[in-house]
Design a protein. Structure first.
Length: 637
């Protein structure tokens, strides 16, 4: 009922099927009060929303609404044929301390009225109570969840993760709920964190939950209603958001933007061109009397939908993290939370290896991004034996053109980098090393990154030559002034070997490019490697990635433990050999370190080569999902 189509950071564009409806995630569900409909569900659908969420407890407690919903179904009652999710009364429980309904009864009621997605009656706990109280409430939530999970429904059932701000309880909740087989996993109890600007705690809570939740199920972040939070929430892997903010803010004359909130009486000109903002001036809207709240809510709905569309576009482009970095600068406390997100080891496991968009450095936080930490760890794959490192100050890209050398057998010519620490010129073509844009001047954090990375990389070499302009770094080695006097002889095979080692693992280059001829393109880059008229590999111009042919893949399989292997079941062998994509349900084993958009080799259970392709899922996801494509086959036997 859920499959991934595209992704960036931990965010994902996916398809979610509920009853007979299919919607695209990330999706924002406006909250609709079944008693109060100044803005009708018909209007909400008309401006582009695919679904909404309402409260089944309110319906259940009203004789009139309950009878209408049971007789006609909730879709007809609300006049909305899109996806309908119903909450169970947990919000009322949080506000008033008690609700007059049985937990199993309200779940059955949601299914009976035709909800597409129902929610268990969990117990949300205030954020300022002791660990023992939160644990006691969690125990009761888990008890209710277990009882609800045994029921059979046509609707999807959501099991809410609780645990307050205590990460051990969040982990306990996610693990136990994950075992119960719910269809969707909302993360609850976070509205107080949002209301109190505790964004750092919010990030910690969400990332802890994501660490333990099933990979193949969508995650819902309850109460994340402000657009400036959408990019961060989706980047953390939240697929469903809901918003009552559009209405609540309007009641207090607050005008929502993608980067913050303005008070209507203080607005000079509307920074928006939606129908409302185009039809009224701020003064006119402020004097519109009884309509003011409704009109303001309609604007808030429009800007919220625009932001979700922007998030999807950025996932498609591979620029979601850049959007997050822009949005979090809307509030200092939100900016503080970015470090917690970037420092989570979970992010690197899901962030794609290559993207359509270049890497944009936007501030000191950017040096914590997964592209940089991944690059630094992969430097260890490069050959150091019998080689001398030559460290040069950063120059214009492409570096090899600036210094006149693409690769060398004896020398590892390396550029100091304000973003990536060091960039060996042999791998400069690989994303994002040659596809990044940064500021002219460095910050203290960048200087620290350069020094630490350079020292670590230099330590791998016995002979070190360092340009005299870098003496201020106080690096151990022999300093020189003129690079041309070193006498570096260009060797294009060495460049190809280093690129393969960096991409596929140590030793891959010597095996993949043994006895090959390297062809150079008109743009002076490596085009492809050929052995006896057979193409071994193609070097993709857009990101420098090596795309092995079937001949090349067979060579990589000679490695003792190739780190990009996907093993499929017998049922899928013929399909892969014919060039069809590998579906998740046919993957029986794979390398757990596979990252999205990595080039992988597909084999059967006896290591027979079937094809090569681009991974859509991580290695761990391939073993979790039972729907959707795991590998898009590129070459096949």
């Amino acid at each position: 009922m859920f499959e991934i189509k595209e992704r960036d950071a931990m965010g994902r564009i996916g398809l979610l099927k509920a009853r007979n409806k299919v919607i695209e995630t990330p999706v924002l569900l406006p909250v609709v009060n079944p008693n109060l409909q100044e803005i009708t569900p018909e209007y909400i659908k008309g401006i582009g929303y695919e679904g909404l969420i309402t409260n089944s407890y309110i319906i259940h407690q009203s004789k009139k609404l309950r009878r209408n919903a049971l007789e006609n179904g909730i879709h007809k009652m609300l006049g909305f044929d899109g996806l309908l999710m119903t909450d169970s009364g947990s919000y009322q429980l949080y506000c008033y301390g008690d609700v007059d309904v049985d937990p199993i009864e309200i779940v059955k009621f949601q299914n009976a009225i035709g909800s597409d997605i129902g929610v268990i009656l969990d117990i949300p706990t205030p954020i300022n109570v002791h660990h023992s109280r939160v644990n006691a409430d969690l125990v009761e939530t888990l008890k209710r969840a277990k009882e609800s999970s045994k029921l059979s429904f046509e609707m999807l059932l959501a099991g809410t993760i609780q645990g307050g701000v205590f990460l051990d309880l969040r982990a306990k909740s996610a693990k136990e709920m994950g075992k119960m087989g719910f269809d969707i996993y909302p993360i609850g109890g976070v509205v107080p964190l949002l209301d109190n600007y505790r964004f750092k705690d919010l990030v910690k809570v969400v990332m802890e939950c994501k660490k333990h939740l099933p990979l193949n199920k969508p995650v819902h972040l309850f109460g994340c209603g402000h657009p400036m939070m959408f990019a961060l929430a989706c980047a953390m892997g939240c697929d469903i958001l809901d918003s009552a903010a559009y209405s609540l803010f309007a009641q207090n004359e607050r005008y929502i933007t993608s980067s913050g909130t303005l008070r209507l009486p203080e607005i000079r000109d509307f920074p928006c061109s939606c129908k409302i903002c185009s039809s009224y001036t701020p003064k006119e809207l402020n004097q519109s009397g009884i309509q003011k709240e409704t009109l303001l809510a309609k604007h808030n709905l429009n800007v919220s939908l625009e932001e979700i569309k922007m998030v999807k576009q950025c996932i498609h482009d591979g620029s979601l993290i850049e959007l997050v970095e822009r949005r979090v600068r809307g509030h200092p406390y939100l900016l503080n939370s970015l470090r917690n997100f970037f420092l989570s080891p979970l992010l690197e496991k899901f962030d794609p290896l290559t993207k359509r968009s270049a890497f944009f450095y936007s501030g000191s936080e950017s040096i914590l991004r997964p592209e940089i930490t991944r690059h630094i760890s992969r430097l260890n794959r490069l050959r150091t034996e019998n080689r001398t490192i030559v460290l040069l100050p950063e120059n214009r890209k492409p570096y090899s053109k600036s210094i006149g050398v693409k690769g060398s057998k004896e020398y590892q010519v390396t550029m100091l980098s304000k973003v990536f620490g060091v960039i060996p010129i042999e791998i400069e073509d690989i994303y994002p090393l040659n596809q990044h844009i940064t500021t002219r001047y460095t910050s203290f954090n960048q200087d620290e990154l350069m020094i630490n990375t350079a020292k670590k990389f230099l330590s791998n070499f016995s002979k070190k030559l360092i340009h005299h302009s870098l003496q201020y770094l106080e690096l151990d080695g022999t300093y020189f002034k003129d690079f041309s006097e070193i006498g570096v002889k260009e060797d294009i095979i060495s460049k190809a070997i280093s690129m393969a080692d960096y991409q596929f693992g140590s030793g891959a280059g010597n095996i993949l490019f043994k006895d090959v001829k390297i062809e150079i393109s008109k743009t002076d880059r490596i085009r492809r490697a050929i052995h006896q008229k057979h193409i071994i590999a193609v070097f993709r111009a857009s990101d420098g990635f090596i795309i092995p042919s079937i001949k090349g893949a067979s060579r990589i399989l000679e490695l003792p433990f190739p780190n990009n292997r996907v093993i499929v079941s017998k049922e899928a062998e013929d399909f892969v050999e014919e060039g069809k994509s590998v579906f998740s349900k046919f993957v029986i084993s794979c390398d757990p370190t596979i990252r999205p958009y990595q080039e992988v080799i597909v084999v059967n259970n006896h290591d027979k080569l079937l094809g090569t392709g681009k991974a859509i899922l991580t290695g761990l996801e391939m073993l979790s999902f039972n729907r959707g494509v795991a590998v898009k086959t590129r070459h096949h036997v």
